[in-house]
Design a binder for this molecule. Sequence first.
Ligand code: AQP
Length: 330
Amino acid sequence: MTQRKRIFSGIQSTGIPTLGSFLGAISNWEKLSAEYDCLFCVVDLHAITVRQDPKELRKYGREMLAWLIALGLDPEKSILYYQSHVSAHAELSWILNCFTYMGELNRMAQFKMKSAKNEENINAGLYSYPVLQAADILLYQTNMVPVGEDQRQHIELCRDVAGRFNKIYGDIFTIPDAYIPPVGAKIMSLQNPTEKMSKSDDNLNACIYLSDSTDTVIKKFKRAVTDSDNFVKFSEEKPGISNLLTIYACMTGKKIAECEATFADAGYGAFKQAVGEAVAQNIAPYQAEHARLMSDPAELDAIAARGAEKAAASAEKTLSKVKESIGFVI
Ligand code: AQP
C-alpha cells in the first residue's frame, strides 16, 4: 500500500479568521484534505510574538479551532490541535535555530513589516518566527504546505534549513513544497489594496471577518477603496478593483475574465454590491456551524486533546531521529 503524502499548515490564534486566510489557506486545506494525510494546527506559540491579552488568546484559540471545523476540516480525518500542546515544536525550533543564519532571518519580509508595526516590542521570538515555522513543518515529514503568498519566503527558508541539516546528518527531514493557490493567494485590504488583508488590522473596514453579518459585509464592500474610472477591469493599475474581482471569482468559481464580462457595463456601485452579497451568502452557513460548535467547548477541547496526542506521537519519531543524529545522549 502506498503511503499518502502529508500536509501540514497552521493559523495564528490572533483573532477571527479573515476572508484572506479563508481564500488563501483554509479553503485549500479543506479541498486537499480528501487526498492527503493532514495536520492543521492553531499556532498559539507564534501568536505570542506580538503581545496578547491572556483571556483573548484563549478565547481566540478555541474560536479558531471551531472555525477550522466549521469551514470543513473533519477532525476524524485530519489531525487538528494547538501548537502549545505538542512540546516537540518548541524543542525542534531551538535545535533548528542553531542551523539558521542571522543573515537569512534578516531578509524576512514579515519580520521587517511586523517589527515596523511593533517598534516597542521587537522581540527575539518575532525574529526567529520562521525557525519555529520550519520546526512545525519538518517535525511531521511534511510533503506540502498550503499557504498564502505571504508565507512563500518562510517556506523557502524552511527548505534551506532542512537541506542544510540533511547535508550534515543524512536524510533526516523531508523537504517540503509550498502550495500557493493560483487565485486568492493574496487577498488585499479593502481600505489599502496594496497591503495584505490582515486580521489584526486596526481599521475594521479593511478586513472581512468570517463572523461579519450580511449587513456588515455589504457595507464594508461598499466602502472599499477603488479608483475613479468606474470600469471593472483586472489590472496592476487598479489594485482595489482587481482585489474585488479576485474575491468575486473565488466566491463564484468563475474565471476573472468571465467576472469582468459580467460587470462590463455595471459601474462600481452595482459591482461592489454583488461582491458583498456573494461573500455574505458564502460565509453564512459557516457562521451557523461555528456557533453550534462554540456551544460545546468541552467537545472542542476533547478534539484538540485527541489531535495533540496523535500529533505528538508522530512528532516524537522525527525528534528522536534528530537528537540521535546530532549526538545527544539518548
Ligand atoms: N490576506 C490574505 N490573503 C491570502 N492568504 C492569507 N493568509 C493570511 N492572510 C491572507 C494565509 O492564511 C494562513 C494563516 O495566516 P495566519 O493567521 O497564521 O498569519 P498571517 O499570515 O500573519 O495572517 P494575518 O491575518 O496577517 O494575521 P496577523 O494579523 O495576526 O499577523 C497563512 O497561510 C497565510 O498565508
